[in-house]
Design a binder for this molecule. Sequence first.
Ligand code: 6PG
Length: 252
Amino acid sequence: MTERRVLADATRLAERLCRDVVEALSNAVRARGRALLAVSGGSTPRPLYERLGGDAAPKSLWEHTELYWADERYVPRSSPDSNFRLVADSLLVRGGPPPDHVHPVDTDPSSPDAAARQYEATLRDHLPGEGPGLDVALLGIGPDGHTASLFPGAPALEEERRWVVGVDRSPQPPTVPRVTMTVPFLNRSRRVFFLVSGAEKAEIVHRALEDPGRGADRLPAARIVGREATVWYLDRAAARALDLRGRSGEPG
Ligand code: 6PG
């Protein structure tokens, strides 16, 4: 079931999602001895990552957490566009999993496809081949409805077997090649959490949640559903075009 949590503003949003991520990871460690978390890029999650790297989670939780990237821009790690760099500068600089539990996409291979194949091999070493995969996938949504680097109409979106694929060109800035987890792989996640903030996302959030389209025209973000939960964390501005009648928002 897809749930929505509406919080007053971006700060409350980061606070609430941080709590829920820590709880989901802790439950995974209690149940299975480890937690598998995938993160995304973009500007929205930085405050969340800063909080996660602070004292929100005990060190003992991070020691049992493996960190992956749902998508990466095919740029050097030193680039300001790198999703690894975003997480390194916001979360890892403050805390987070020990280095041997941090699994960024290697963007040195000769093509995005080669980088994707290499990353898939890493994931296959760590995760079961079928059944639930990641414990938590943290995703965002772009103005065109993309999530991770799964863009509307792109071949990557129709991939059925691979866990990770290369994307030769992004139609959205930064317009660099990408490496992305695929729909079937992300849909093996136990919990999918979307984080969305700001009025400029209101229209696409409305479409994703209330008018996602059908078949091949279905918005990429609307295709990603967790096995146990799919929760959209929205601030009021991002939720303002939604029909919230009869739903429990969260006054903040
Ligand atoms: C990326 C992403 C992408 C992002 C959305 C939202 O690396 O570009 O993972 O899917 O999550 O585009 O980005 P903003 O937070 O910047 O709006």
